[in-house]
Design a protein around this ligand. Structure first.
Ligand SMILES: Cc1cc2nc3c(=O)[nH]c(=O)nc-3n(C[C@H](O)[C@H](O)[C@H](O)COP(=O)(O)O)c2cc1C
Length: 183
């Protein structure tokens, strides 16, 4: 089983990217997890939509090849970041030649981590509204919200501690969710 992680942060030491890396370990033996590198996707401009820029075509191919998409989102001003909206907007568009958009029907899981107290719950709610509109099949429970993460960071590295069991639970649940969707 292949799971594609889409992280809503371009920051090198992103806590959400580190959480995605922890998820890769949590899935070991059950599924492979690849983190989508989309730093070179341009801002969406319909003037450059067709033919799709190479970075967009690569992202669409990665989504198409995946059995499920796991979003890891920061919270910016009680919303998910614009970089994540931009990549989802690209993925939401019909492909070159009129082929349908690639997100529809894909199983999706949502997680997030923040130094703040909200745990990214508000950002996740907005993200779920968007990806549901795009007809992704969202695993609404469990979702993972990790607040106050600075206490879990040692020398810039995230150490999940007590939260690890919740990530493990979500990883197992997502594998089951994807398998159930295939039936
Ligand atoms: C523009 C901006 C707005 C932010 N708004 C929030 C917020 O609403 N809630 C929150 O918990 N953290 C907020 N933060 C702090 C982010 O959670 C923090 O920078 C986090 O480390 C970003 O995720 P990353 O580590 O994956 O890059 C904000 C940060 C920025 C840059």
């Amino acid at each position: 089983m292949k799971i594609l992680a889409i992280v809503g942060s371009l920051r090198k030491d992103s806590f959400n990217r580190q959480l995605a890396q922890e998820a890769k370990a949590a899935l070991a033996g059950k599924a492979e997890l690849e983190i989508l590198d989309y730093h070179d996707i341009p801002l969406l401009n319909q003037d450059i939509e067709h033919p799709a820029p190479e970075a967009v075509a690569k992202a669409r191919a990665a989504v198409t090849a995946a059995d499920g998409i796991w979003f890891f989102t920061p919270e910016y001003n009680h919303f998910f970041p614009g970089v994540l909206k931009n990549v989802i907007d690209w993925l939401s568009r019909p492909q070159d030649g009129g082929k349908p958009q690639v997100l529809a029907g894909k199983p999706a899981a949502v997680s997030g981590i923040t130094p703040g107290m909200s745990g990214t719950g508000l950002a996740q709610d907005h993200l779920v509204t968007l990806i549901s509109f795009l007809n992704m099949h969202v695993m609404n429970a469990p979702r993972l919200t990790i607040p106050n993460c600075l206490g879990m960071v040692k020398d810039g590295k995230l150490e999940l501690g007590l939260s690890k069991k919740y990530l493990d639970t979500q990883a197992s649940a997502f594998v089951e969710f994807i398998n159930a969707e295939k039936k």
